[in-house]
Design a protein around this ligand. Sequence first.
Ligand code: HEM
Length: 440
Amino acid sequence: MSVVSAFPRAEAEFFLADAAAIKEVTSSRYRFPKPVHHYGLLLYFGSNIVASDGEEWKRFRKIAAPAFSDRNNRLVWDETSLIMLDLFDNVWGDKNEIVIDHCVDITLQIALSVIGVAGFGRKVSWRDDQVIPIGRRMTFKEALHIVSTDMGLRILVPEWAMGLTQRLRKIRIAFEDFEKYMVDLIQDRKTSEKQEQRYDLFSGFLDANDDEDLSEAKLSMKELFGNIFIFLLAGHETTAHTLCFTFALLALYPNEQDALFQHIKQVLPEDRLPTYDEMPLFTYSMAVFYETLRMFPPVPNIPKISSQDTILKTGNAAGEMKSIAIPKGTVVRLDVPGLHFNSRYWEDPHAFKPSRFLKDWPRDAFVPFSAGARACLGRKFFETEGIAILTMLVSRYKIEVKEEPQFAAETFEERKARILAGKIAITQTPIRVPLVFKKR
Ligand code: HEM
């Protein structure tokens, strides 16, 4: 599909939902680079791995990539298990039913705790993280949430006007507090590093920022802040929303939830915690995530730009191949739902069927993490924490939709549309997912 703007200076755009064309675009980093000018809002705290390209991006990727190793995925698994146990033992306790008005409130906290501790060594108990520390006016979670959602306003509104309304004042406080939280993270790590040697993301960043370090992959202070912010953001938003849609789908489809539970019990019949080495055995849990990501990709369109006049080959609905001329400077968007619901690749694409991922499936028609050199660096990180969370939760609790009297008369289709409704903010965001977790 192509879109041509009526405004003279606007860019023409193409939306791609063809697997072969998407593969060609994502594997040609020089022909189709990232249009970094579309990512300006993410630069407030400094340049970073998501909003850069070329040599600068390579430098950031070289510094960050070693932290996404198998050794650290083990850390992600172990820390995630501790966070979930803290939630079960110290927050949910012996309650038989936990009613949550919006599931994202839980999943955001889980995902932020995991990236905090496994990425940055920020170990805070569930309860302590709900408390505003001395010298701050909001919690870490709230500050990061406001900073990421209201970045545009903070950039557009001049400093003198930031005190004019209550909302703007709150945004200003969030930015001030968030910077202080980032400074705390740096200070805490610098003073504790000698006692506990870690090889996580933060170690890589701080080493590169260290003045005495003469490696070529150096990081300025501004870039350090830019990257801390982007990893906190990229590392929790997408994950939290995916977990929330996953729980919502399992609540709506109890047969699927039961099949998942049976599979978990088959892999792990004893009453003990699953280990990182057992992760590949939880194939059904992974299939549930992939099916959720197919239907609710957190980043629904991923922009690229053509750096030259070029030609793209793409198939049409009738299966014929067409050559499309793409002029230099054209924005080409990967239309992720367009691909994920394309019946040329997926049978019955609107049905929730995790089992489709248990047999051979069309790998090139699945791009929730993008693809090629600019694909998500945190994919394995997410998969690791996700499997740990899902297996631990589903083996202990049954997930149901909260019954509310005002919706008593709705049909299944109406309920599905209500529970799965989303909006596009920074990423695809569930609007309101009221759930009940019942002890098994
Ligand atoms: C469900 C979970 C996730 C999904 C669906 C997801 C999706 C994506 C997508 C689509 C991109 C490409 C964005 C673009 O081209 O503008 C991306 C990039 C990135 N993601 Fe993720 N992400 C997830 C989790 C994570 C986690 C947990 C982390 C970190 C711990 C992370 C770190 C990154 C980074 C650093 C990049 C930029 C990579 C580069 O350009 O070199 N992501 N992600």
